[in-house]
Design a protein around this ligand. Sequence first.
Ligand SMILES: Nc1ncnc2c1ncn2[C@@H]1O[C@H](COP(=O)(O)OP(=O)(O)O)[C@@H](O)[C@H]1O
Ligand SMILES: [Mg+2]
Length: 353
Amino acid sequence: MLPKKSAERIAIITGDPSLPDPTKQDQRYSAEDLAVHAAMRDAFASLDRFEFTVIEQHAGMFDKLREFAPDLVVNFCDTGLFNNPNFEIHVATQLEMMRLPYTGAPPRAMTLCYDKQIVRLLAEALGVDVPMERFVPAASVRDAHVPVFPALIKPNTADGSVGITKNALVQDKYEARDYLAWLASELPGRDVLIQEYLPGTEYGLGIIGNPEGEFTPLPMLEVDFSALPDGFAPILSFESKTDPDSPYWTDIRFQPAALPEKTQQELADQCRALFSRLSLRDYGRFDFRTAADGSIKLMEVNPNPAWGNDAKLAIMASLAGWSYATMLEQLVATAWARITREAVERGRRSPVR
Ligand SMILES: Nc1ncnc2c1ncn2[C@@H]1O[C@H](COP(=O)(O)OP(=O)(O)O)[C@@H](O)[C@H]1O
Ligand SMILES: [Mg+2]
């Protein structure tokens, strides 16, 4: 049976504010985080076209979904089930087992992209510029050799800049030793990447769509670190995403990328190839940074990027002239168009007699 023309009943699932979350300061949702949740709910309400429910609590979440029986689940649970980043795929997998259509990345994309070394290797094979890098297994982190300075040291698997403080940028072997020791004690058991530090401009490229249908790269944005006080490395550290009192939060701005149209198009083409190869769906965000030689290198791929009204994706959507509510509406429409295409495809393969 073909789905309805458009999704009418939708359930939106998010991270659980009542549980600890390792990507937040002190593992707790802040007033700012709660405001982001409220703004999302208000934006969906303002569209006045969906019957919707927002489910934040993870205990009993799937029972509530079964009961509500939505046409579509908007999977904004970017924290993972029970706010455990390793359980990000569990939500998508469970929705599949319940045969509930949902927006965004399938488990495969989340698994691939959570491992930054894998993303880098696949990107390199597709001809995308990537930073020089050394992978350090968890057991050898404390005495890892750093092949290049300055270097940026970070966990191989993490999101939300967990494990990336202002000291992640190291200039010599002493700073490197200290940071590696800190990582080994703070995130024990975690493999580490030592990368060439990319000193130039940082860019974000957001996409809404799917390669088989409409595929819309949003205008790129760049990060303006120029107002940061001396001594603050120009990176999007953990504090930039979690601590409203830090200069990293107050003094960093996003602005339209000052890049020629042609360069933006080339990067969008790379993102399209990565989007397919990494099995992303409906939307995603790609982060780049400029190397010392001027080339723009891929840092990471986010198959389940932050969806808040203050997040990069919403800022990029605003550069395209979309309100936040319009962005959410587009996400739903894109997912629904894909789900309809998939249903038609299934029907073709097994025609009803
Ligand atoms: N090789 C690098 N050179 C310079 N800055 C980097 C590098 N890798 C990461 N960063 C900085 O750290 C931030 C977070 O790194 P990223 O790999 O995107 O981790 P996360 O998945 O936690 O967002 C980036 O936005 C960037 O500012
Ligand atoms: Mg990032």
